[in-house]
Design a protein around this ligand. Sequence first.
Ligand SMILES: [Zn+2]
Length: 246
Amino acid sequence: MNADPAAQRRLLDLAAVDAELTRAAHRRRSLPELAELEEVTKALQAGRDSLVAAETMASDLDRDIRKLEAEIDQVRAREDRDRGLLDSGSISSGKQLEDLQHELATLRRRQTVLEDDLLEVMERREVTDADLEQRRVKLADIEQRHLEATRRRDEALTELESTELQGNQERTILVGGLPAELVTLYERIRARNGSGAALLRGGRCGACRLELDRTAIGRLRDASPDEVVRCEECGVVLVRTPESGL
Ligand SMILES: [Zn+2]
């Protein structure tokens, strides 16, 4: 294949833009900002779960407190009724009086047990309050870190997008100015090799770094400047300039 030496040299610009785009694509896959955000997102979920668990615990205890208070009220009402009956003097039967006093004693014992239980649950509820506050503070801190990590990820992506946009624009202009046949060859080599063209510098291929031997150098020296020559090792288009050492 033949191509204008100036067009061949412009392949180097295209190769440089493609290398930049490849670096951007690689960076997009391995952004540390993505890994960081993923980690903080996990911590955020754990923090939210932990707060929900504490809130559930608190509401369970609140329910227990209401239940115990209602039971205590019932026992008190019953005691009041029994005491009223006793005080009214309306009960004359000794057996009935004895039963009533026995029930009152039972009710008082029951009330003591319930009040002890209530005290214990209220103490646990207080501990849960302190715990809730701690978890809220911790979650607020994680939420802040999550916001910052998201902002860093967005900034990194915006920067990448701008690099890619600029690279693709440059690429379109460069490709538009090159012979279609040369571009097709370049693309075919690039698809297989990762790189489509390289500068021959000081007798060395700029893509695979192979140092050409005397015979190969001689062949390149004799080749017409229009001839598109390739590296024997990696296959890229070798672009010849005054730096090539021919
Ligand atoms: Zn090579």
